[in-house]
Design a protein. Sequence first.
Length: 481
Amino acid sequence: MLEFENTSIRKKLIIIQLATALLAVLICCFFFVYRDIRTFKDAEVRTNYSIAQVIGFNAIPALEFMDPEAAEKMLLSLQNNPSVLNAVILDQKGREFARYDRTGEEAFSFTGSEEEKENTNNPWEKFIITYPIVDKEQLGTVVIRAELTGFRQILLDYLIIAGLILLASLAIALLVSNILQRSITQRLLGLVNRTKEVADKNDYSLRAKEYGNDEIATLATAYNRMLDQIERMQKALKNANADLEKRVKIRTAELEAANQELERFVYVASHDLQEPLRTISNYAGLLQDKYSGGLDATGNKYLGSLMRSAGRMRALINDLLEFSRLGKNAEIKDVDTGHVLQEVISLLDAVISENGVTITSTSLPVLKGNEVELKQLFQNLLSNAIKFRKPDVAPEVNITVEDRGNEYLFAFKDNGIGIEPEYKERIFIVFQRLHAKHEYPGTGIGLATCQKIVTLHKGKIWVDSQLGNGSTFYFTLSKNL
Ligand code: ADP
């Protein structure tokens, strides 16, 4: 059944039509054969009944004169009729009076009862006929047992003819159905192929052929209407996309221009601020060297404050300058990040041993990037991990890396003071600090620098932390720089 469901509509239609034709012809053949055989049998029965009538008439004198020999002689005339197998004349009391058996045929005892007639073996080939002999009163009965001569041959002929008719009608049905069903299957196939084409080429401007006024035509019209709608929607979507792309491009260009303007401003401002600051620092230094003896305690305190602020401002301006220089003319080459880590560790050697820091790391990869920037990134993260330590716990930093196919995922995990979840994003913004400078010194540019470096390396940076439970800084670096 499943196989039938999986065959094409064309084949299905042919099978259905052939099966219908086969059934119709079979039923017709059956009825015709049945009727013809019946007619044949009725004719035979009638013939034998006439014979029984003649015998009955001729047997009247023999019965009246009780002359069975004359009756048997008369019965011998049945030899001329090969369909008669046995014949018996019964007397008035139903006793056998005279009999005839066809040569080679077994004797058959007759009573002439209805039951006997019914039970004649194979009623389609053999039958029994009884005829009452009457002359004023019933003198006896003629019983004839006969066969339908040539019945098997006739049946065989009929079957052969029926088979031939069946074959011929199947061949004609196949031919006719093949021609007629084309108007259905070819159009359906056309629709199917068009659908495939639309799906394969993703081309909604194609249309199905529409002709006729039947269900397939309705289907094709509805299908084309659907394609119309999809095409319209696709066009609208394309236009909207193009419009959006244009707007995004304009916005990006605007943003880039504003960004550049801002960066230029930051650079110029920090650069120009250096000069007066240097003068302030110099004069403050001169004041301290030459006149600090002439100042009272309050004067010296003010001078110290002035020099500390100038120093802090210098640090801020330097960091800002470096921040605004990031990415400018940066050289990209193969960088061994394991080597970068070692250099940063030796750079921070004093802080590391002072704080008793343990640093562990898995083997780190060689990747494309800017060495100076990556060093800066590692240094900022490592020095933060040490700086934001718990006072009574020796700092431990674990660095791991995971190859994610087209990028590397680095993790710097520390056991420091941790960060409250609500500040997880804010800390990457310039000058955003969570602590007062006397608690933990710093300018608040370190993580903003890290983010800019990671972005320049087509990556992302984020932190996972809980207050009091250490922090893990994750960042990715693209392999396709
Ligand atoms: P800075 O270190 O100069 O304060 P950063 O931009 O490097 O500036 O860091 C911003 C803030 O993020 C820090 O002030 C600190 O509150 C928090 N922070 C950074 N790294 C860590 C860390 N490893 N553990 C806890 N807090 C951190």
